[in-house]
Design a protein around this ligand. Sequence first.
Ligand SMILES: [Zn+2]
Ligand SMILES: [Zn+2]
Length: 325
Amino acid sequence: MREALETLVLNPASALTAAVAYGMMLRSGATFGSLLNPWGLSLPLWVAGYLAVRMALLGFVDGFVWALAPRLPALPSRVGPKPVFQHKINATDVAYLVVNSTVEYVFALQISHLLWFAPLVVRAPTSLSLLNGPLAFWMLLVVDDMLYAPLHRAMHLQAVYRWVHKHHHRNTFPARGYIDAANEHPVEQIAALCLHWVAVHVVAHTAGLHVAAVLAHFGVKALGACFNHTGYDVQLRFCGIEYSVRAHETHHRKPNTNFAQYVMFWDKLMGTYKEYESGVKASAAAAATPANLSKPDAARLPAWADPAVEAREGRVTERPQPRAG
Ligand SMILES: [Zn+2]
Ligand SMILES: [Zn+2]
């Protein structure tokens, strides 16, 4: 619990996020209450809403995974003779998941309020068109990832990495779906949802935006994030949208590649795109013995991970950096 509190509170990224949020609230005249509770719900209703959103999201996202998983092939990296290690869930993970579920709920309240009242969103079913429906949905994916991929890349900069994004990379082979997807520092969650908010506004002011496009984008994003943190081989390609679990697994294994999630064009533009490799050597499959089944294959770990610690403790730990000079 100490680790959770320290990384949440004694953290320059948290301080910066709080300062920016406070500054924006002062500028817009919004109160902390209106930020957390835009619908003005009573406390019992707010809590009931939290539980309902949690159940709906878990039911929808995990329900989909459970329903589809038996029909899906496993990623080639997960079927080799060596076991895939999982970082054990600790108190920090649980604390982050609880905070992030609250952040998600507040975001759901804010975006539902926006969709219900904002003049820039088209709501009438008869006003759905090719432009504000399918094209807007496509644009949401493209614009959202255009903003997210550079942010993700910035979170990997050496000076920034350990404060925020390192936590999400504890798992080299994420497998728990929603839990591994949402297991990130809350600053990262808040930043990504702000970019989602910006993308909604960019599309609304350009193509026009029907509420159906926003809901479809939200559903695809929730499912995509969830499947990205499983071992199932899901791929989706249409009109420049390029989603595959392979790409995000590659990112977890080789962290300076594949920063985008739905539109790999942005990585190709930044020169950070990396094709998927299973990491399982053909010779390793043949050489599998009960003794080496308990050791992770160093080739299947990212370069900075220490395979000895991963084998002993079932989690990834950074290899000590050699001292310069
Ligand atoms: Zn991830
Ligand atoms: Zn990353």
